[in-house]
Ligand binder design. Structure first.
Ligand SMILES: [Fe+2]
Ligand SMILES: [Fe+2]
Length: 243
């Protein structure tokens, strides 16, 4: 049987545009469109929010076809839940644990040196510190509570269907909080644009914050739009087969 992919248009949620074509995430990143926490918004609404021409963007998304998926990134919609949880921990979580201490130290240094000329750096440092603190506890909860539940659910081990809905709701709420802080970084830094007097540390900080936004959007997209809904469906299936 041939599966026909749903036709996507301006009323389709942003996240659906990249479910089986992850390369399109780069298009959204280029235009500052949030496809993870804001992924449920229709494409037309997301364009209006960023002041973009919806037809031009839709054309660009359509031209970014499935052929580039393999080169860009694996299509995770067909992986097992365990494979996806392992991948998230080994790539995105590991990257954050390496990168966040560096960004916290850089934000502190740049604010000390340049804060007098750029008063917004104090707020930026507070925001970076808040992201680091939020992420530290968030990653711990995923790695020690939710992801083990999801793996056990898939393996059919444990004392029965494990309730994943509660922890998922908490994680999604925390994703919204981090996404708001990332948006604040973008606003404070004028889309990560270095001022004319920026030294190398200043530029490195802005580059790092841009990368933090990109990686975190991909990370949250894989959780909110692929891992979590599939885990909830798996739980429903287990509950259904037990009755
Ligand atoms: Fe995560
Ligand atoms: Fe998460």
């Amino acid at each position: 049987m041939t599966t026909i992919a749903p036709t996507l248009d301006l009323t389709s949620p942003v996240s659906e545009w990249i479910l089986d074509t992850p390369a399109r995430a780069r298009v959204f990143e280029r235009y500052g469109i949030d496809y993870c926490c804001g992924g449920k918004k229709p494409l037309g609404q997301a364009c209006a929010r960023r002041g973009l021409d919806p037809s031009a963007l839709m054309q660009e998304l359509r031209q970014t076809g499935r052929s580039s998926t393999a080169a860009d990134e694996r299509d995770w919609t067909h992986a097992t839940l365990t494979e996806l949880a392992d991948h998230i921990e080994q790539t995105h979580h590991a990257w954050l644990k390496r990168e966040l201490p560096r960004l916290v130290a850089l934000a502190d240094k740049v604010n000390r040196v340049h804060g007098r000329n750029h008063s917004w750096l104090a707020e930026l440092q507070t925001t970076v510190d808040a992201i680091a603190a939020e992420m530290q506890s968030h990653l711990f909860k995923e790695e020690h509570v939710l992801f083990p539940l999801i793996r056990r659910l898939e393996q059919g081990s444990g004392p029965g269907p494990m309730p994943v809905n509660g922890p998922i709701r908490v994680m999604e709420h925390e994703h919204d909080q981090v996404a708001a802080l990332l948006e604040k970084n973008r606003r404070l830094t004028n889309d990560f644009t270095p001022p004319a007097d920026a030294c190398n540390s200043f530029r490195t900080l802005l580059d790092g914050l841009r990368e933090l936004e990109t990686d975190t959007h991909r990370h949250i997209h894989k959780e909110n739009n692929i891992l979590f809904p599939r885990a909830q469906a798996a739980q429903l299936a287990v509950a259904g087969s037990a009755t």
